[in-house]
Design a binder for this molecule. Structure first.
Ligand SMILES: [Zn+2]
Length: 310
């Protein structure tokens, strides 16, 4: 697939201290890996800022006001909850991370790219309608999904979340928006504690596949094929968006799944094939978690390489 990379240097200005897992070096690790010889030639786009109207398709006005008002104007660290912080520069990073997903939707729906990968931080899938959560300020992928529906007039979009954590914020969107399908495979029990198989949304537009710690690639792939693929095929979305977290990697310090880079490459190829089967062959992928820096870079590169070869 003709694949583009969308990123924002502002992601480095969300200066969470190195002791925190969600640190600026994560973005550097991914961008360095995407500069490998096979990938450096892929076109790059600088992410624009999301505007308030786009944010408020997902979030309450009060939530957006809170994020705009919480950024410090000095070097203090402002805690929004026990592990979600803002520093000077965080707002710009968050607006560009959300804007990256929207630009990715624009570029794929215009035909400029078949697939787009957003190398961004902060991540988004835990951010709920009315609160920041789990390192996430705005829900980037939910904002991209609503942009595709409302601005481009699509009828149905799907979000497939392969981050090791459940995307509670994205699920919350599907629970009030029948045009959105949300499927997640995630370790359970694990933060944030949601995503049980019995959470099925509106007439089955939510599919949760909780899996136990220790699961490795073959079992993970089989679970996706068994539980997510048929439901995604049946929903027949006009666009597939992917919450591409890489923290299910065996080396990741925050979780206990045992995936390798090849499993993320498989996921990209599998979702690209499904998109082709549904009839449009387009994928919009947004970076979420991944906290072992070398594994994160290698996994993101394997994922993007697989998109480009699909
Ligand atoms: Zn995660």
């Amino acid at each position: 697939m003709n694949t583009g990379v969308i990123t924002a240097k502002a992601g480095f200005e969300h200066r969470i201290p190195p002791a925190h897992a969600e640190q600026p070096a994560r973005l550097q690790s991914v961008l360095d890996a995407l500069n490998a010889p096979d990938l450096a030639a892929l076109p790059r786009i600088d992410a624009p800022r999301a505007d308030r109207a786009a944010l408020e398709r997902v979030h309450t006005e009060a939530h957006v006001d809170r994020i705009f008002a919480s950024e410090p104007d000095d070097d203090t660290l402002v805690g929004l909850d026990w592990d979600t912080f803002m520093t000077k520069g965080s707002l710009e990073a968050a607006l560009r991370a959300a804007g990256a997903g929207m630009a990715a939707v624009d570029s794929v729906l215009s035909g400029e790219f078949d697939a787009a990968f957003c190398a961004i931080r902060p991540p988004g899938h835990h951010a709920e309608r009315a609160r920041p959560m789990g390192f996430c300020l705005f829900n980037n992928i939910a904002i991209a999904a609503m942009h595709a529906l409302e601005t481009h007039g699509l009828s149905r979009v799907a979000i497939v979340d392969i981050d090791v954590h459940h995307g509670n914020g994205s699920q919350e969107l599907a629970e009030r928006e029948p045009r959105v399908f949300f499927a997640s495979i995630h370790e359970s029990p694990l933060y944030p504690g949601t995503g049980m198989a019995g959470e099925t949304g509106l007439d089955g537009n939510v599919v949760n596949v909780p899996v136990g710690a220790g699961l490795s690639g073959p079992g993970w792939r089989a679970a996706i094929e068994r539980e997510i693929t048929p439901a995604l095929r049946a929903f027949a979305p006009d666009l597939i968006l992917v919450s591409a977290g890489f923290d299910a990697h065996a080396d990741d310090p925050l979780a206990g799944l045992q995936l390798q880079e090849a499993d993320f490459a498989w996921a990209a190829a599998h979702l690209a094939a499904l998109a082709g089967e549904i009839g449009h062959k387009r994928l919009v992928c947004l970076m979420e978690g991944g906290y072992d820096l070398p594994a994160l870079g290698r996994s993101a590169a394997a994922f993007v390489q697989s998109l480009a070869e699909a």
